[in-house]
Write a new protein. Structure first.
Length: 510
């Protein structure tokens, strides 16, 4: 008798709609008492547990210098989960997770502490059944990376063979401060871990709308024929923040807007916008196409006109007077660090030749917004009177990454009435209205991908180095210049507006 094969897609193990569950494992967080762990990582772990996406054999192991016991860490984790989780806090979920919380006290240069950590992971194989699987999250300052990595190499914690399971490492940005340091960091990490076990995390790539950009482009025939220089006039990619530097003065004054945001977040968004269709939807295929786009980026010849940086001064924002950058705590009075960076880039491929990509990021701008705006060319001929189309602009497709996740399509439509008047209108797609499912937080998605071993949303070595090849010449040019001032609450310095005006364009006002 022939065996009946179920045609129910929910029974098909290849169906990617099924929940993806990791194998039993441990997540070791170095620097677990820091802000990132408390505000993002611990709440993300709780949300995964609340959604039933963690395996029964899961352990969250914190490592920090605090002289704590497991219960002290459990108390901190409970408060962090209650304050930062996106799903409802449920005591029964927490009670199950709390039994899997461990804490080890130690300094990064303490051999004994790392010996105890290695032994603890071995013990967890028996007590929690983690099967030798562990991911190490480096939620620590980049200067501490070498010490921690060498300790893991010394104790063989990074060895898949010695562990009898998989061992992975998560590296937070910044990935170096220039091309040379990025290469050194990449070399150091790859000496300790296998390249496929290294996850360089850029939380922007975990946002639902960023992933929807791929679906928008490659799951529809509507946009592909017009996605290129024949129809696209220009592309603007914006990441605006209304906040200042907060408590990050030391880090930010050494880094600046270009290294902090332009090098990673915005260039990754550019790569996803400009890449060709991958041969399949897997990590290697997507990374290959992103890398081609990054390597095709060209800088403008006239950097004085098309590369602008600024620094905010005191001004008014949301009805409150806010201090300038030089008045922030722990910022040197003569600092020339930029809080705004804007640049025009080109992509030297057949698809995009001649299309300018305008990227900008800044702090103390009027509102928090991240978006990709694709502006299309005007119709080559308009059979209307000039007065009929005075309020008609460019057709635009706007992908809103945050905060109002969705897509807007702007096009011309006739105004009701007896006269022929054409004006821009908008059609909006909002995630919150179109779907009943809540979007997972970016760290929730990315931590799950690390535990599963899916590197699709993580830049690899070549992508990081290709990005620095774009940023290093900008930094070299800006090194001998002063940033243009702009008031808090404005959309950046006047020079940024002049940059687009020189091309007969203007910035979109979100």
């Amino acid at each position: 008798m022939a065996r009946t094969v179920s045609t129910n897609p929910l029974r098909d193990p290849r169906d990617r709609r099924l929940p993806r569950l990791p194998e039993p494992c441990a997540l070791v967080v170095f620097g677990v008492t820091g802000d990132l762990a408390k505000k993002k990582l611990i709440p993300a772990v709780y949300d995964l547990a609340n959604r039933g996406l963690l395996p029964p054999g899961f352990v969250l192991l914190g490592f920090a210098r605090r002289d704590w016991e497991d219960q002290d860490f459990a108390d901190l984790a409970r408060e962090a989960a209650k304050e930062g989780s996106r799903t409802p806090f449920r005591d029964e979920v927490w009670d199950r997770l709390a039994g899997s919380l461990k804490f080890l006290s130690g300094a990064f240069d303490d051999d004994d502490a790392f010996d105890r950590l290695a032994q603890e992971l071995r013990d967890l194989e028996a007590s929690h059944g983690i099967q030798g699987n562990a991911a190490f999250y480096l939620s620590i300052p980049p200067p501490a990376f070498p010490t921690v990595l060498k300790q893991m190499e010394r104790t063989q914690m990074a060895s898949n063979e010695a562990a009898g399971g998989w061992r992975r490492v998560v590296v937070e940005k910044p990935f170096g401060h220039d091309l040379e340091s990025a290469r050194e960091l990449n070399s150091l990490v790859d000496d300790v871990f296998s390249p496929g076990d290294v996850f360089r995390i850029d939380h922007y790539l975990g946002k639902e709308t960023v992933q929807n950009l791929l679906a928008l482009r490659f799951a529809n025939t509507l946009f592909e024929p017009i996605w290129g220089s024949h129809f696209v006039d220009s592309v603007q990619i914006t990441m605006a923040e209304d906040v200042g530097i907060g408590s990050r003065a030391g880090f930010y004054d050494e880094t600046g807007a270009a290294r902090d945001v332009l090098q990673n977040h915005l260039l990754q968004l550019l790569a996803l916008t400009a890449m060709e269709e991958p041969v399949s939807f897997n990590a290697d295929a997507i990374r290959t196409e992103k890398l081609k786009a990054l390597r095709a980026i060209s800088l403008p010849e006239d950097l004085a006109r098309y590369a602008v940086r600024g620094q905010y001064e005191q001004g008014w924002l949301a009805g409150q007077r806010v201090k300038g950058y030089l008045d922030e705590a722990n910022i040197p009075a003569d600092s020339s660090t930029e809080t705004y960076a804007g640049v025009r880039l080109g992509i030297e491929t057949r698809r995009w030749a001649g299309v300018p990509f305008y990227l900008r990021t800044g702090k103390r701008l009027p509102r928090r917004v991240t978006e990709i705006a694709v502006s299309f060319k005007r119709a080559p001929h308009l059979p209307f009177d000039v007065t009929d189309t005075t309020e008609l602009g460019h057709n635009q497709l706007v992908i809103r990454v945050q905060p109002d996740e969705g897509v807007t399509l702007r096009f011309g439509s006739k105004v009701p009435g007896s006269a022929m008047e054409v004006r821009d209108v908008a059609m909006d797609f909002l995630y919150g209205e179109a779907f009943t499912e809540g979007s997972p937080e970016a760290y929730e998605r990315l931590i799950l991908d690390v535990l599963i071993g899916d590197g699709t949303l993580f830049p690899n070595n070549d992508e990081v180095e290709a990005s620095w090849r774009v940023i290093d010449p900008l930094e070299a040019y800006w090194r001998d210049t002063k940033p243009h001032p702009y008031r808090a609450g404005e959309w950046g310095p006047a020079a940024a507006d002049e940059m687009l005006e020189a091309d007969g364009r203007r910035w979109r006002r979100p």
